[in-house]
Write a protein that binds this ligand. Structure first.
Ligand code: SF4
Length: 273
């Protein structure tokens, strides 16, 4: 599992390990589970790949992936899955040794990021974009704060499959006591900010890129509402945040994408600068 990919927002995939366990609603129809079962393999067993672990070290020489390519890392697992802890540092070493590529690392386990970054991460390695999945507002509230509290050159959110509306300008960062009750404190994820807490100030860096998409391929994909993307697009436009809408989802391809890519008369194919 490597090299060129049909995932429109990346140029190639790299899977140093495969297998995963489900953590939230977005995992319900995980394509890795479907495909592993088709091959007669247990998708919940996280295994180090014998053939692709070191693949990026060879790509430039064998010409399979050109310099400058964006590599979706762990498209068949989760880079921060606990079962991959013994191998992750070696994967970081490979990423560090191949600055010609940009690695897009997307996780549903952002609570594990901080403890599993390389020691010299600093303000973020230039060739790593860090992202979290958020399929609805609850998951955005749960995960974005953890990402924004992590230094990274590019931070992104994959809202795919998008299962409900998400207001990125009102994401929960914690709770405050107002009029005798606790309520969520909300903030704009498209802006840097400093959060003042009892323990000290917390710097939060903004989200630079949003990917959206409806659920696809399966016999009963969950409903997708183009209005959810239109609202996100409006927020992105107002804040200068890049938006890539991958597909509307469903069971039928239109112009090569599940359900087509046009949403309310627009096609969004932006990348962060
Ligand atoms: S975290 Fe990703 S790879 Fe793992 S089960 Fe969920 S959707 Fe699949």
């Amino acid at each position: 599992m490597a090299e060129r990919t049909g995932i429109e927002w990346a140029d190639a995939t790299w899977n140093p390990w495969m297998g995963c366990t489900k953590v939230s609603e977005g995992c319900k129809n995980c394509y890795m589970f479907r495909d592993m079962k088709r091959y007669g393999k247990d998708p919940t067993r996280v295994v180090r790949s014998l053939t692709t672990f070191k693949a990026p070290l060879k790509w430039l020489n064998d010409g399979k992936v050109p310099a400058g390519a964006k590599i979706f890392t762990c498209s068949w697992s989760d880079f921060f899955h606990p079962d991959a802890d013994p191998w992750r540092q070696e994967a970081w070493d490979i990423i560090g040794r191949t600055p010609e590529f940009t690695y897009l690392i997307l996780t549903k386990r952002p609570e594990r990021i901080a403890a599993h970054l390389p020691k010299n991460w600093g303000e973020g390695w230039p060739n790593v974009w860090l992202g979290v999945s958020a399929e609805n507002q609850d998951r955005a509230d749960e995960r974005l704060f953890l990402l924004m509290n992590t230094p990274a050159r590019v931070r992104f959110v994959s809202a795919e499959p998008l299962l409900g509306p998400i207001d990125f300008t009102r994401v929960a960062v914690g709770k405050r006591f107002v009029d005798g009750k606790w309520e969520a404190e909300r903030y704009n994820a498209f802006q840097d900010r400093v959060l003042f807490t009892d323990e000290g100030d917390v710097e939060l860096g903004r989200i630079h890129w949003v990917i959206t998409g409806g659920e696809s391929d399966f016999q009963a994909p969950r409903p997708f509402n183009p209005g959810w993307v239109a609202d996100i697009a409006e927020e992105c436009r107002r804040h200068g945040t890049a938006l890539f809408h991958k597909q509307n989802g469903g069971t039928r391809k239109v112009d090569g994408a599940w359900g087509g890519r046009e949403v309310i008369g627009m096609v969004y194919s932006e990348f962060p600068r």
